[in-house]
Design a protein around this ligand. Structure first.
Ligand code: HGY
Ligand code: MN
Ligand code: MN
Length: 420
């Protein structure tokens, strides 16, 4: 599509109904709603089940055929003029514990908005259009993140996913059964003709540049590790400092080390210690153990690997120095992904064609699109996050921006759906 198209297709002027999209975002945001705003729909909890029920009901109201697969991924399809591989839109509707109402939800509900807009027009795309929400994208309860889409593309077996144990000791398959989403559609799932995901940026770039649309070029690499530090519990008052083997202290040193590493490496390297659990976690007891997580990310695989090996070296050094043992488990490890240049170009061309400002950028967050990119042409559309805030109940994106993003999604997808 070029900006000065000679004879644009009739659907070029189609636009979504931003108010209808906003209403659905608010309504879904009330499921698992938190006092004071935001929502908590951790993967496969009762609230996640209720959110799924609401979105599946909307899918069925739109006359879509709904399929649920063996790890709870849901795909709904609107037939096209021919029975070809669909163009898929989607994202996730599970959230972190202190989630906003846009992360993931926007991509799924904008997909439904595209469907409703097409159904309300006199255009029937050549290819079917499908909208998916993938299970457990966040990975906050069941690691790794993007677990559902990883299984969907065949990079993890369903059986392995179903036996995954959550941070609260539950088994994935049991929880999926309990919310009624243990489906029968096989994984790997149908390979779509292409996949396009609309998502909030979740960072400060677009707002900082006063830009409407992020043309996402790819996703940075992700490394999640869980470290278990074992020392010796002791009396906080009687034990001389020289005698201590203190996992609480070592965990703190590791947290400081990874932060300094990220500052030393410079952007885009980031490092996060999001969890530290001490045992027995009492004011007057030197901890016997500490279990912590380290999240490292970089757009450059080599630099990310260097960060991992520097952390490993530091852990070895401090364990000897403090007389503790440190064991490490990898919770997630994904290399950086580049999106398909044709899809990236289409996102940029349509945004510009709609008079919107654009900037090309990698994604700092993980997304299902990085998994779909393993099997089909994939791309993403970003819209600004107010204050660059996400994974926070105050997460906010303006109606104007969600509408802009959904209109770009609409036109990118309709062009892809006319490809033979
Ligand atoms: O962790 C992430 O980047 C995503 O929110 N799962
Ligand atoms: Mn997300
Ligand atoms: Mn998220």
């Amino acid at each position: 599509m070029s900006h000065d198209e000679k004879d644009p297709p009739a659907y070029r002027d189609l636009r979504i109904d931003g108010r209808r999209l906003s209403r659905r975002l608010q309504e879904l945001g009330e499921v698992g709603g938190l006092d004071g705003g935001g929502c908590a729909r951790l993967a496969l909890t009762e609230a996640d089940g209720q959110g799924r029920d609401l979105v599946v009901a909307w899918m069925r109201e739109l006359g879509m055929e709904v399929r649920i697969d063996t790890v709870g991924n849901v795909t709904a399809t609107l037939p096209g003029r021919e029975d070809l591989a669909p163009v898929m839109m989607g994202s996730h509707i599970d959230t972190v514990q202190t989630g906003g109402i846009f992360d993931g939800n926007l991509g799924v509900l904008a997909g439904l908005e595209v469907i409703e807009t097409v159904r309300g027009s006199d255009h029937t795309p050549l290819r079917p259009l499908s909208v998916a929400f993938f299970s457990d994208e966040e990975g906050a309860r069941f690691a790794p993140d993007m677990l559902g889409s990883l299984v969907y593309v065949g990079a993890m077996l369903s059986e392995e996913a179903l036996d995954t144990v959550s941070i609260d000791g539950a088994r994935y398959g049991d929880e999926l059964e309990a919310i009624g989403y243990m489906g029968s559609a096989p994984c790997p799932g149908e390979v779509p003709h292409a996949y396009v995901e609309l998502h909030i940026e979740q960072g400060p770039v677009l707002e900082g540049k006063e830009t409407s649309i992020g043309v996402v070029t790819g996703v940075q690499g992700i490394s999640w590790q869980q470290l278990t530090i074992s020392g010796q519990s002791a009396h906080a008052g009687t034990t001389p400092m020289s005698m201590r083997h203190d996992p609480g202290y070592v965990a703190a040193e590791i947290a400081v080390f990874v932060r300094k590493l990220a500052l030393r490496f410079g952007s885009p390297q980031v490092a996060t210690v999001g969890t530290i659990d001490l045992h027995p976690n009492l004011v007057n007891v030197v901890a016997s153990s500490a279990v912590m997580t380290v999240d490292l990310r970089n757009t450059d695989e080599e630099v990310l690997s260097k960060a991992e090996s520097e952390l490993e070296h530091f852990c070895h050094q401090i364990s000897e120095q403090e007389g503790v043992s440190i064991s490490t488990v990898s919770l997630a490890r994904f290399e950086p992904v580049e999106f398909d240049p044709r899809v990236v170009d289409a996102v940029e061309a349509h945004a510009k064609g709609q008079g919107l400002s654009t900037c090309r950028m990698p994604s700092g967050a993980g997304h299902d699109a990085q998994m779909l990119a393993r099997v089909t042409r994939s791309g993403m559309v970003f819209v600004p996050s107010v204050g660059g805030i996400s994974h926070n109940v105050t997460e906010f994106t303006k109606d104007e921006d969600t509408t802009n993003g959904a209109n770009v999604l609409l036109q990118v997808v309709l062009d892809l759906a006319e490809e033979n």
